[in-house]
Design a protein around this ligand. Sequence first.
Ligand code: C2E
Ligand code: MG
Ligand code: MG
Length: 761
Amino acid sequence: MLAERSTSTAQEHGSCAPRDCGQGMTKPLRIYSGRRFFLLTAAPIFCAAVAFCLGAYLFLQWSVRAVDAAAIARQEERVEMVMGRLRTEIARDQESVTAWDDAVSAVRDPAQEGWVDLNLGVWLHDYFSHDAAYILDARDQPVYASVDGRKIAPAHYDQIRDAAQPMLARLRERLHRDDHGGTDDHMLGPGVSDFGFDHGHPALISLKPIISYTGKIFQVPGTEYVHIAVRRLDGDFFPRLAALYRVDNLAYAPRRAVLPGFESLPIRTRAGATIGYVIWRPYRPGTEVFQSIAPAIGGILAALLAALGAGLRLWHGRNLSSRIQEERIHHLVHHDALTDLPNRAEFHHLLDQVLADPTGREGAVLYLDIDHLKAFNASRGHAAGDAVVRETGRRIAEVAAGRALACRLDGDEFGVIATGVDEAGTQALCEEILAAVRVPIAIANDPVFIGISIGVARFPEHGVESSELFRKADVALHQAKSDGRGHAAEFNAKLDTMLIERAEIENDLRIALRDFTGISVHYQPIFRASDRTLVAAEALARWQHPTRGWISPAQFIPIAESSNLIKRLGAHVLRVSCRAAAEWKIGCIAVNVSVIQLRDPAFVATVRAALDDEGLPPERLELEITESTWVEDGGQCAINLRELRELGVRIALDDFGTGFSTFGRLHEAETVDRIKIDQSFVMGSGQAKGDKAIVRAIVDLARTKGIATTAEGVETLESAEFLTRIGCDELQGFLFARPLPYDEATALIRDLGYETPMLAG
Ligand code: C2E
Ligand code: MG
Ligand code: MG
């Protein structure tokens, strides 16, 4: 079944999916898409750039952390060192009053209670900022206590007893042993210090025996009074240290790192119990540097990404324009500029691809040729001709849409590749194309009727190879044209035989023309209508083939034209005819001239040489040209025609009325002396009303222009009389005489008794 007809334009048929012209053929001009560029190029590059930036940031962060970690480790060491130094310092502060002869005796004397308070309590508080002081006697009973520089009841010792007891035991043990290890010039007596709680406050507690500085007061070892100095950690202790050692926000915290960004170190007793933490805000050099340079780095990275984005945009722009350019060039290379249809090269390429389809779907190749386009171009100009071609191409493509691909092969030739259509489908397609093309085309508000001939070859029936199918479609087209144009013909084996025959004939003609073997000229007499006097003869080429016998000029003349042999044949006929005419003394000899000969710049010289050599006056030679030759404006034909007329040679327009545009142009005819009314009108002119009217119009028109008329193909008396009656000047036809060989023509002329030349017209 045929696919539904689409209304797409020829423009849309820029390309074809080769496997299936029916469905996938509409492939518009491919424009390189931004999305494709974004997905395949821009996005990966941009992601890579972002990943690089992220990597750089992470590396920077890692470095920052590493630097910070190293700095914090140093600070921890420093804090540990400070804490260690504190233990020594409190002991040293304490020793300024405990290694003192006066103190030894004062603590044992209740009367000196005031002195003890002032020197062993208040002074340490005021001068060294000790928070509490206790004094224990030889039996470890508290005899003195002061907190915050104020003396309190010794029983308050209970508040520190738990913490002090282990230290006291260790100190007493050393004192009993008279162990003075760790003492020197700076540290005179043994001592013990540790962390613990006093009155609920975390504190650094230091125990020192009260001893004689001079050594003059003897005390039994182990019976020394013991002084306990307390430095609370949760007061101004750490803030003071912070100022001293330049550590930010150094403080005591009962729990670990309560504040974000703070570091902490546990404060442990010798027994391993944690009594709290030293916390501080560590100096983080990495973070600090990073924070100072982060805005700059951020700016640089943002600028880099922006520059990359802009670069990609620019690249994309350039890429896009060059891709579009490429696409355009590709399109131009593969498409015809006038119709925008795929061109000949593309047609063959696509046909190859269609035929390579392994599924072997059936289809057809159509070879189309606009009828008489050359003549139309010549009469209406090339712009009008182009408009006809463009519109015809558009219509063919429109009909083909959905089931076939239309291409423009050459000037007036189109090709169609149809897939998935059987014989009936192909016929239907041809009918639709013929009908679409038949609709008149408006050119400058003037309806122009054109026809098209179609040659069809189907695959796989007629072949599966592109050049073979195309050749067969060409053969069929030839047949369609020979059968009268305006219809479609399908290839068949008989046509192929004809084509082979044609090639053989061409070859044989070439051989025959070497020495004109079998080539002769026959002469058909032409009579004046008024008195039936023999006034002229038309020279008609004849060829007797060695095996095929007589071959009609209607068959071998087109072959001679297409193979360029016509020049040699024409020159021969001209020379032979001139020779005969010079002998016969009839008025005029008419010789047919092909357009191929007339386009030859040497043609006038050929004619002049024939006339001179054979001794025939130019006035007695009449050259018959076809309408299409006559309408070829400008160019070599027109130049040759003008020169021939200047020479005195007459020009006749042969087969008048069969072309499709010259009737109107007869008004401007100045280059013709005679028109020969085509036999298709003449034969019916005896009866058919329409033909009669046409013939009468031609004769009238010619007479008003002073142009002579000859009717060709006069076969009946009736038409001879009609033609005479309407004023046709001369008659030619089987009624009077058939074309005769030279001898017979000579005899006829002699018999008719015309001895003197009589000029026609
Ligand atoms: P044409 O020039 O129109 O020649 C007239 C044709 O009509 C001749 O056909 C002639 O035999 C035929 N004819 C004449 N009277 C009658 C008639 O009463 N009835 C019918 N049915 N036909 C008649 P022919 O000789 O077969 O030539 C055919 C065409 O071949 C010529 O048509 C001419 O166009 C071409 N031709 C012949 N010889 C030459 C030549 O030497 N050079 C060129 N270029 N063309 C030639
Ligand atoms: Mg003729
Ligand atoms: Mg003719």
